[in-house]
Design a protein around this ligand. Structure first.
Ligand SMILES: [Zn+2]
Length: 170
């Protein structure tokens, strides 16, 4: 047997020994807990990002609905109902985001006992959503040059061709 294979056997034996001994000096309860916290944190972060995306998606849909309404693509009797539906979804997502914020804040404070506060009536929510819609509308109006005369989609001031149908618009 040459030195090379001896060294190989030795290092394999060492690795095996380390592997067997591993549970004795790692994975202490504290470490395990820490790992779980990190995992939980990552999971929460993903969920939080998902909620933010969801909120964005619903606001975008509301915007599209308004455009369709403006173009007469939505039945006037359907419009308030569709808008209310989207606003209800938005309210639910906002509620979740708020709860998330609170949970994360509570975690940072590490408060032992849960605070006892009665459920506050959420009368502001409707105004909040209306304000978000208005903010997006303002943002869009700043950027948009109006609607494509061919397909009716929103076009921006910088567009020479309609991004939706490709017609020359400038
Ligand atoms: Zn077009």
């Amino acid at each position: 047997m040459d030195t090379g294979s001896l060294l190989l056997i030795l290092s394999l034996a060492l690795l095996a020994g380390l592997y067997v001994a591993r549970p004795f000096f790692s994975d202490t309860p504290a470490e395990k807990e820490n790992e779980q916290t990190v995992e939980e944190f990552a999971r929460q972060e993903t969920e939080f990002l998902r909620l933010l995306e969801e909120k964005d998606r619903i606001l975008y849909e509301l915007q599209e609905l308004e455009t369709d309404h403006y173009l007469g693509k939505v039945m006037p009797e359907d419009y308030p109902h569709l808008r209310d539906q989207l606003k209800t979804s938005a309210a639910a997502v906002l509620q979740n985001i708020e709860e998330f914020d609170k949970k994360i804040l509570d975690g940072q404070k590490k408060s032992q006992k849960p605070e006892e506060h009665p459920l506050q009536p959420r009368i502001k929510e409707d105004d909040e959503i209306e304000e978000m819609i208005a903010a997006r509308r303002r943002l869009r109006d700043e950027k948009s040059a109006g609607f494509c005369p061919h397909c009716g989609k929103v076009i921006r001031k910088s567009d020479v061709y309609c991004p939706a149908c490709g017609s020359k618009v400038a």
